[in-house]
Design a protein around this ligand. Structure first.
Ligand code: ADP
Ligand code: GLC
Length: 487
């Protein structure tokens, strides 16, 4: 089975969020099942420069517009994953974030930048590379949504099926919406700009293109798959998603043990496993020292590793900070994003440096040391399609405290008395996005930390949880088999 993954980010070369973790981990997991998977990405500098042993596949200049476009194929460093890179300097050779400029403004030509990704995907599906033709095209998030439309358009034009299609929603809140006049430059048949197509309230929606034209839809947890069929979380797409319920599957993301494993993680000052947590205590000591926090083994240390965006619900952490500190807790936060939120957390750290440490920025190594050294990880997201940091927390015996929505609901079990009695508890959860509910969960965490035997039981249960890419890859493969064109 030959499958092409189409996406904008790829760990370890380019990552702004969990999407990269997924697109980096899924292809090797599929390969272990015998699935021949390649990845197609835009040639952002980190990808254009980072893919090794690149060979020119073909020169596509002038084919989809006036731009210079060359397609290369190489290897993801340190792996056997083959990656096609679209070298189109006018579109992709810009430093920094792949989606917006240094002022945080979306690039004005994002429609054409990501349309090109879709066009090249469809071109590969049609046999553009005579050495390798996918039987399935699997597109991720709005950036790749137009691949589904281009493929469908070519199928209408040629009268034959080119490839099966799967479209995965990692986050419905980011939809890739552009004004109606951008449609003209996309080179799609006029009738695609339709309610029964990619038109959304008079605009062009790349997300809707994926949701409407793909054979199968997936999202990254079973609970989120249900939530997005209702108005509260449906971001205007709930009607379409509900109408496609029989094609929509929730497949939980996994944890890549090559990257996130306390036994072998080289970014930690000490390693550990569930049988012996002394290395975890050493990680906590090192972290407190490095961050200037009071060197207290008994102070529950809560961490946050997150984009500072509305989605992540960190206003609850800010509002609940006095209660957390008053109970003798500490907070260590690593994140970047919303400037107001960055400033508020920095103020809180300045006001109480022995109890609150804040690092603004993106730091892969520190994220590992935080998740290993902390006692708990706070993920109070308003909504969360899957969420990966709570899964990393579980693997590292760092108990997640989460709002019970989306993938958080599917991965964390509250330490209620009945769950403790049944040895199922792995963290703390709260229902309803209110400060009262969050602070009640916080109090439960403190109560648990005051009971060493119960705490040890919950940590062991957390570390036993298996969120494996093998399981997820088998579920994707089953879908691919349903839609693939014959070899
Ligand atoms: P989302 O994709 O919505 O941002 P996820 O929890 O799925 O949320 O994935 C976030 C990923 O990004 C995780 O791998 C997390 O460790 C990482 N991450 C988030 N913020 C930072 C940061 N400031 N520094 C390093 N890694 C970060
Ligand atoms: C998105 C979601 C996050 C998910 C990630 C990977 O960024 O916000 O919940 O874990 O994609 O699927």
């Amino acid at each position: 089975m030959r499958v092409l993954q189409v996406c904008a980010e790829l760990y370890p070369l380019l990552k702004t969020g969990g999407l990269a973790d997924v697109t980096g981990a899924l292809p090797p997991a599929l390969a272990l099942l015998g699935c021949d998977t390649r990845v197609l990405v835009p040639g952002f500098p980190a990808l254009r420069d980072g893919i090794v042993e690149q060979q020119l596949v073909t020169d596509l200049s002038g084919r989809f517009g006036p731009e210079t476009v060359r397609l290369y194929c190489g290897l993801l460093p340190g792996s056997a994953v083959m990656v096609y890179v679209i070298d189109a300097p006018q579109f992709y050779d810009r430093p920094g974030n792949p989606y917006y400029d240094s002022e945080g403004r979306d690039y004005p030509d994002n429609d054409r930048r990501f349309a090109l990704l879709g066009r090249v995907a469809a071109w590969l599906a049609e046999g553009g590379d005579s050495w390798w033709q996918p039987q399935v095209v699997h597109a991720h998030d709005w950036h790749a949504g137009l691949a589904m439309a281009y493929l469908k358009a070519r199928e209408h034009q040629t009268g034959r099926r080119l490839a099966g299609t799967v479209y995965t929603v990692h986050n419905l809140a980011y939809q890739g919406i552009f004004s109606d006049w951008s449609f003209g430059a996309l080179g799609l048949p006029d009738y695609f700009f339709n309610l029964y197509g990619l038109e959304y309230h008079g605009q062009v929606s790349f997300m809707k293109a994926g949701l409407y034209y793909a054979d199968k839809l997936t999202t990254v947890s079973p609970t989120y798959a249900r939530e997005i069929q209702r108005p509260e979380q449906g971001c205007g797409m709930d009607g379409l998603l509900a109408s496609r319920a029989h094609d929509l599957h929730g497949i939980m993301n996994g944890v890549d043990p090559a990257v996130w494993n306390p036994v072998s993680d080289r970014l930690l000052p000490a390693n550990y496993d569930a049988a012996d947590l002394s290395g975890k205590a050493a990680c906590k000591r090192e972290l407190q020292a490095a961050l200037g926090l009071a060197q207290r083994a008994d102070a529950p240390l809560f961490c946050v590793v997150s984009r500072l965006a509305e989605q992540k619900g960190l206003n609850l952490v800010l509002a609940g900070l006095p209660a957390l500190v008053a109970r003798g807790g500490q907070l260590a936060l690593l994140g970047s994003g919303d400037p107001g939120m960055e400033a508020a957390f920095l103020d809180a750290a300045r006001a109480n440096p022995a109890a609150v440490a804040v690092k603004i920025g993106y730091d892969e190594a520190l994220s590992h040391r935080l998740i290993a050294g902390a006692d708990a990880i706070l993920v109070p997201s308003r909504f969360e399609p899957c969420g990966l940091t709570q899964l990393y927390g579980l693997a590292y015996g760092t108990l997640p405290l989460v709002h019970r929505v989306g993938g958080l609901a599917d991965s964390v079990v509250d330490c209620s008395l009945e769950n403790l009695a049944e040895d199922r508890a792995t963290g703390c959860t709260f229902d309803g996005f209110t400060l009262e509910a969050y602070e009640a969960a916080l109090r439960r965490a403190f109560a648990l930390f005051a009971r060493p035997d119960d705490l040890a039981q919950v940590q062991r249960c957390a570390m036993r949880q298996q969120f494996s890419w093998d399981v997820a890859a088998r579920q994707y493969l089953a879908l691919y088999e349903q839609v693939a064109v014959p070899a």
